[in-house]
Design a protein around this ligand. Structure first.
Ligand SMILES: *Cc1c(COP(=O)(O)O)cnc(C)c1O
Ligand SMILES: [Zn+2]
Length: 408
């Protein structure tokens, strides 16, 4: 393993690879840094370890020392699908592709950061993990804890989709609902990690290891696109580690000389909870926590960021550095995008995961996208996760003669 240190993203202070959640000097966000010269000499992306499944092929750039500590369910290696039927439906003159993250082992991309977080916790000797989640990370952490033989405590908002709660409980986790928005669950997990010494694998930026898993879609895209770099990558954003991780992955690809430029990163929120989009629109680098009442079907990205606004600022800076942008969808646009993904691509998507495709239409109509550009949208969560659909009651028949009037 060539991971070397934890480095503060704000003041540059350097720490050993311990279980640490923030900079002692300035409170800033920590990130894993590598001995890149050593790591790159093995060509870890161009020539991955094919004895491993999924994203752990790229373990040369992931922070786990001993292979036997890797806790995996085969996450990663999600398909990249051509999505011309969507761009034609929406009259967008772009080459549209979708990376189907809903096909991850627990039905969301969270399996990437979780697999790294739980593996590192195992390597450091932890027996219990805690996670705060809007739903998908709790299901993911519960599954990986079960796989590792660890105990798992989950904090979710009391408004979390019951399907996600059931999934976490099914893997054997202790699920606790916290009244109020996601930020309250976040605080609870943080306090418990401090008080009881559990490993906090919450997939925001608090655990510096988890975001390393979020780099891996970049490595996969490098192979899936034969070295071509997308002009734009569209990502649903709560606090933004997936976006920051993918950008870090591309920055590493560039340092290795495998690509010559970076994609423009587009972060997508919903107008019901859009603290980062608002900061982008105002032209400020400061993100203000979202203190309004939230009602949206995109629960997976309803992160008000209250008390950790710096997470949003890190994401905002990443977006700006690449010439990308933040954009938010209205509820009708979210629903339209999920229906389009289902009926035109045959992928079952939770509304949260659909915003990255819907935003292609929105930004094309606003004239932001270059003609003929290559866009990749990450559809981050599975349709099975969402219980808000109203079933159209199918007809019930007794005999073949009744079909005649149905198909007419
Ligand atoms: C968590 C989640 C997101 C948001 O990702 P972050 O990187 O945490 O901002 C997007 N989509 C789905 C389906 C999620 O579960
Ligand atoms: Zn610092």
């Amino acid at each position: 393993m060539d991971a070397k240190n934890l480095t503060c993203r704000k003041c540059g202070a350097v720490y050993p690879l311990a279980n640490q959640y923030s900079c002692e000097a300035c409170g800033g966000i920590l990130e894993v840094t590598y001995d890149y010269e050593k790591a790159f000499s093995q060509n870890p992306v161009g020539n991955p370890d094919n004895s491993m499944d999924g994203m752990w092929k790229f373990r040369g750039l992931l922070p786990v020392e001993d292979k036997k500590n890797i806790v995996t369910l085969g996450e990663g290696d999600t398909p990249l699908l051509e999505a011309g039927r969507l761009s034609r439906l929406w009259d967008c003159d772009v080459e549209m592709m979708v990376k189907a993250e809903m096909l991850s082992p627990t039905g969301s991309f969270k399996d990437r950061p979780t697999s790294v977080g739980v593996s590192v916790a195992k390597e450091k000797g932890f027996e219990k993990i805690v996670v705060a989640s809007s739903g998908n990370a709790s299901a993911s952490a519960s599954a990986y804890a079960a796989r590792a033989g660890m105990d798992c405590v989950v904090f979710v908002p009391d408004t979390t989709d019951p399907n996600k709660v059931i999934q976490a409980q099914s893997y054997g986790a202790r699920v606790i609902c916290v009244r109020g928005n996601y930020s309250r669950s976040f605080d609870m997990a943080k306090l418990c990690a401090e008080r009881y010494g559990w490993a906090n694998v919450t997939s925001t930026f608090i655990n510096p290891y988890t975001v390393e898993g979020d780099k891996t879609p970049a490595y996969e895209l490098y192979h899936q696109l034969g070295g071509r770099v997308p002009d734009y990558i569209f990502i649903p954003i709560g606090s933004g580690p997936l976006l920051v991780g993918i950008l870090k992955g591309y920055e590493e690809l560039k340092k290795m000389g495998l690509v010559q430029r970076l994609p423009a990163m587009v972060g997508v929120q919903v107008t019901a909870c859009e603290p980062i989009t608002q900061a982008f629109a105002c032209g400020t680098d400061r993100v203000k926590g979202w203190d309004k009442q939230i009602k949206t079907m995109a629960g997976g990205i309803s992160d008000p960021l209250i008390g950790y606004e710096g997470d949003g600022e890190l994401t905002l800076a990443a977006v700006k550095r690449t010439g990308g942008r933040m954009v938010s969808l209205e509820e009708e646009e979210v629903w339209e995008a999920s229906e389009a993904i289902e009926t035109k691509l045959g992928l079952y998507c939770e509304p949260t995961g659909a915003v990255s495709a819907g935003a292609v239409k929105k930004l094309w109509n606003q004239g932001f996208l270059k003609k003929g550009a290559l866009t990749v949208s990450l559809t981050t969560g599975h349709g099975f996760k969402y219980s808000g659909r109203q079933p159209k009651k199918p007809p019930v028949i007794d005999s073949v003669d009744q079909i005649d009037q149905l198909v007419r």
